[in-house]
Write a protein that binds this ligand. Structure first.
Ligand SMILES: Nc1ncnc2c1ncn2[C@@H]1O[C@H](COP(=O)(O)OP(=O)(O)OP(=O)(O)O)[C@@H](O)[C@H]1O
Length: 569
């Protein structure tokens, strides 16, 4: 990120980010030559220097540089007077200032006063007094510097010149002279260093000063934090067309897209920062690069959302079935609320169950239809009704007109315009049907025979375990009811009518015996002789006992019929 070819981007392990650069042999690499560093390759690894001070690290974002500082010491054998050796530092005419926020002044020793004098006119003056009766009393490594063997104090900002001076402390009134009363013969040290530096152990586990009061050989470099900034180049300009927000502040050194200007931490001048969502070097063209938060894992998206990178930002897109903003506190909410899911799921299950019941019923109906020879009968032109049609015909079995051994008989109406009244026989007991072939023959025969004294078979429904038989409706009920039903009509039947009923019934039997081959009724009784509106007899149940027999009642003797009419032999 340096300004020209041949400029070093690294010195040893340290990066040299622009505006810093190594000038001299390699040309003008630093910004306006003001951030010039030198890389001393005589060391292995090479060391970076600003002037004669070793650079330890550079931070572009914070505008800080950490350098190796020096310390001042005074030892008893040098002098018992006030002035010892002193360490000074000067940063005037450089972009650097000693960071007041990040450094502090420390003095270690027993019975000593260390002063820090600063500013170019030496008008700044602060100091630290330490005293201890014995070294045992002095603050040890890691203990707080509170005056006993160790003292620390904050420093003022904007210091460009500093120097440490020493003086023996004035004896405490009432106590004996410390310098003569104790035998402490250690050296004292004073330095400016990064806050907390003294208490941070070095890599090999030893304290930065091996002992605070002993010889300071092989100690780690004292870390001093310097604030740097682009100085003498005006200050940040707020751009009106961008809403004059701090993020819109510009300055000539902030050349990268997505960068802005911020005021220097200390003193005049400014720093450049990459805008939020970008990182890199704002001092070079295109130096600020987008941060892919999704890849780095530095995003915070709610559980129902996924991270998607955007230039300078990221979005949390809600997963399928959710809506909202995964970045917001509310996060992504299900599009369909949970209770709606439950309702939908229940409805779907109910629908599914209904569909299955319907399917199972349909299959059963098909099985019975096939078993009862439905296809053959259909081909023969027999009226075959579906179970649904039967419900409609009987108006859901709403009008029962009688009950026999076989089951119940319901009144029904077929058609609308030319209404045909019918009697529908439905089995209520578990019954056995004839084998398919015989059943088909019998139905066909019943359907085709036609005699005015026979109850005509109109059709059948084959979708039930026992087929439903549909007969023409005979309005005056059975002869039995007419004779014994307790109505006054008993006396109303004149002899001639009775004879006509007997003749009509006999003609029906004769017809069946002569036209129907082996068709015997098997259950001739007054209950099976029905009377129409003209009291014309119509023999019913002819062959229907054959079509359907009640299991376990008659079939086991191979005899069908009413017990009271059966030949006792
Ligand atoms: N075609 C029909 N028209 C009018 N009513 C009928 C018809 N068929 C039957 N019924 C009425 O239904 C009653 C029962 O008839 P069903 O033939 O089932 O039994 P049943 O003949 O009385 O006895 P069983 O079943 O033992 O022969 C009859 O008594 C009659 O009143």
């Amino acid at each position: 990120a340096t300004s020209g070819p041949g400029c070093l981007s690294k010195c040893g392990n340290l990066s040299i980010p622009y505006p810093f650069g190594t000038d001299g042999d390699h040309g003008n690499c630093s910004w306006h030559g003001l951030f010039s560093l030198t890389c001393d390759k005589r060391f292995g690894p090479p060391r970076l220097y600003t002037g004669n001070v070793s650079v330890l690290s550079i931070s572009l974002e914070a505008g800080e540089m950490v350098v190796a500082g020096s310390y001042s010491q005074i030892c008893p054998n040098y002098s018992s007077s006030s002035n010892g050796r002193s360490a000074g530092s000067a940063t005037h005419n450089t972009p650097f200032l000693i960071s007041a926020a990040r450094n502090e002044f420390t003095a270690n020793g027993c019975n000593t006063e260390a002063y820090l004098q600063g500013r170019e006119d030496w008008s700044y003056y602060t100091g630290c007094i330490t005293y201890c009766v014995s070294l045992e009393e002095a603050a040890q490594d890691g203990e707080e510097c509170a005056g006993l063997g160790c003292c620390q104090t904050s420093i003022s900002g904007n210091l460009t010149v500093m120097e440490v001076t020493w003086r023996d402390p004035t004896p405490v009134q009432g106590s004996s002279n410390p310098s003569s009363s104790n035998d402490i013969s250690t050296c004292s040290y004073a330095f400016i260093a990064e806050k907390g530096w003294q208490d941070i152990g070095s890599d090999d586990g030893a304290d930065n000063f091996t002992t605070r009061y002993g010889e300071t050989t092989d100690q780690k470099p004292i870390r001093v934090v310097l604030d740097w900034a682009i100085r003498d180049d005006g200050s940040c300009l707020l751009s009106a067309d961008k809403g004059a927000t701090p993020e819109s502040a510009t300055a000539s050194a902030c050349v990268s897209d997505h960068s802005h200007c911020v005021n220097a931490t200390q003193g005049d001048g400014y720093l450049c920062n990459c805008s939020q969502g970008y990182t890199g070097n704002p001092y070079v063209a295109n130096g600020c690069k987008n941060i892919n938060e999704c890849e780095l894992g530095t995003y915070s998206c709610g559980s129902a959302s996924t991270c998607h990178d955007r230039p300078g930002d990221y979005v949390c897109k809600c997963k399928f079935g959710y809506k909202g903003n995964g970045k917001s506190e509310k996060g992504c909410q299900p599009i369909v609320p949970v209770y709606a899911f439950a309702i939908i799921a229940t409805s779907v299950s109910v629908l599914l169950a209904c569909f299955m019941i319907f399917e199972i019923k349909k299959r059963k109906q098909r099985i019975f239809f096939d078993k009862n020879g439905g296809e053959i009968l259909e081909r023969m032109g027999i009226n075959i009704f579906t179970e649904r049609q039967m419900k409609k015909i009987t108006n859901r079995h709403s009008t029962p007109i009688g009950e026999g051994a076989f089951g119940k008989v319901f009144f029904g109406i077929i058609g609308r315009a030319d209404e045909k009244r019918v009697a529908v026989k439905c089995a209520t007991l578990k019954a056995e049907t004839l084998p398919k072939e015989e059943f088909v023959n019998e139905i066909t025969f019943q359907f085709r025979v036609s005699h005015e004294n026979l109850v005509r078979l109109v059709g059948c429904c084959l979708e039930t375990p026992v087929p439903m038989l549909v007969f023409e409706f005979v309005p005056n009920g059975s002869l039995y009811n007419m004779l014994h039903g307790g109505t006054k009509r008993t006396c109303e039947l004149p002899l001639l009518t009775r004879l006509e009923i007997a003749i009509g019934s006999a003609e029906a039997l004769s017809y069946m015996h002569s036209h129907g081959g082996n068709h015997v009724h098997g259950d001739v009784k007054s209950g099976n002789i029905l009377l129409d509106q003209n009291l014309t007899p119509k023999v019913s149940d002819f062959g229907s006992s054959k079509l359907v027999s009640v299991a376990g009642m008659y079939s086991k003797w191979c005899v069908s019929g009413d017990m009271s009419y059966i030949d006792p032999v």
